[in-house]
Design a protein around this ligand. Structure first.
Ligand SMILES: [Zn+2]
Length: 337
């Protein structure tokens, strides 16, 4: 008898949904393993079914699944996500990349925040002869690669433990504005505000920002990470440092355009804050988080991602009621994207 406790992807779908989704389910249900303990195999069966059905339902929506190119500009987030999953779980092609900085005493935190601390509880061979290590750690929520929960700047909005998983896992797009910021030149514009026009320039090449996409902004500032003075714009620490911060960020008007005209799932950036360093009101924080869109800050290695076609998994520590949390963010990059 077919089990009914497997992953939700193999449960019967609402018959009012698309014929393609229904067909994917039917193929997967007919070919998938029957043991409820074989989740990986079930997902592989779903992926195989997707590829099969996708071929029958047209070519445009299948290009990502075959790893033959970027997501099409009009691709829906559902298709892009499924295509990336197929590539990942079938092992067809592609690689996982880490977008996370390690946490250590040298990790960059907001100037007024407590940094990361790791205290040794045990490290060495115990009397019984085996090796044992354990540590206590402490950290502010907002430091290193981390999540900003909407409640960080929007009272009554989502806390770290309340953000739906589909806002943290999904297809990603990378908007590269480093040519505007010129971070490697001596006269880099440390106070650059990324505008709605910058985002629209990207759309003119790659298509409309897909609904449900995780938008990652690459300013190039990440190349300075590891040199706190260059990265933050000041060598001061504590409250005195805050007015002296210099790094690029998202213009509040661009944030208002994103919230009003597009439907992204989450927003990440390769700087310490989604607002630029000289912000005093943190308007971009207020606008983005007021729309319950979570933020990712100090995102690493964005140069490894294509403009479209990657798939991000960004899972923060699940701090109950937290305004943010340390974040492990990774991306799957299908070959050929
Ligand atoms: Zn933060």
């Amino acid at each position: 008898m077919r089990d009914t406790v497997g992953p939700s992807i193999l449960r019967p779908v609402d018959p009012t949904r698309s014929p393609r989704r229904r067909a994917i389910y039917e193929v997967a249900a007919a070919t998938g393993p029957r043991s409820p303990n074989r989740g990986g195999a079930l997902i592989a069966a779903y992926a195989k079914a997707f590829a099969t059905v996708c071929l029958a339902f047209g070519t445009a929506t299948c290009s990502g699944a075959r790893g033959t190119g970027e997501a099409t500009p009009d691709a829906t987030s559902e298709v892009a996500a499924a295509a990336a999953l197929v590539s990942a779980f079938t092992g067809a092609s592609g690689e996982w990349v880490d977008l996370t900085y390690s946490f250590s005493e040298s990790t960059t935190y907001w100037p007024t925040a407590d940094g990361f601390q790791l205290d040794t509880v045990a490290f060495g061979t115990v009397d019984a002869g085996y090796f044992y290590s354990a540590f206590n750690f402490s950290s502010a929520e907002h430091g290193g690669t981390h999540l900003d929960a909407p409640v960080h700047f929007a009272e009554g909005h989502l806390a770290a433990d309340e953000i739906p998983l589909d806002r943290l896992i999904g297809p990603a797009v990378v908007v590269d504005v480093q040519d505007r910021v010129r971070p490697t030149s001596a006269n880099a514009d440390a106070d650059y505000l990324v505008t709605a026009e910058d985002l629209q320039t990207w759309e003119a090449v790659h298509g409309r920002l897909p609904d449900g996409a995780i938008l990652l902004l690459r300013t190039g500032w990440g190349s300075r990470y590891g040199d706190p003075t260059a990265y933050l714009g000041t060598e001061l620490t504590g409250p005195d440092a805050v007015p002296e911060l210099h790094f690029p960020g998202l213009d509040p008007d661009a944030a208002r355009w994103l919230v009003g005209e597009r439907a992204i799932a989450a927003f990440g950036i390769d700087t310490p804050s989604i607002d630029y360093g000289q912000s005093a009101l943190f308007e971009t924080h207020q606008v983005i988080y007021g729309a319950d869109i979570p933020g990712f800050e100090n995102v690493a290695n964005l140069e490894t991602l294509p403009p479209t076609g990657s798939f991000v998994v960004a899972l923060p520590m699940k701090i109950e009621g937290g305004s943010g949390a340390p974040l492990r963010i990774v991306a799957f990059v299908p070959e050929g994207t």
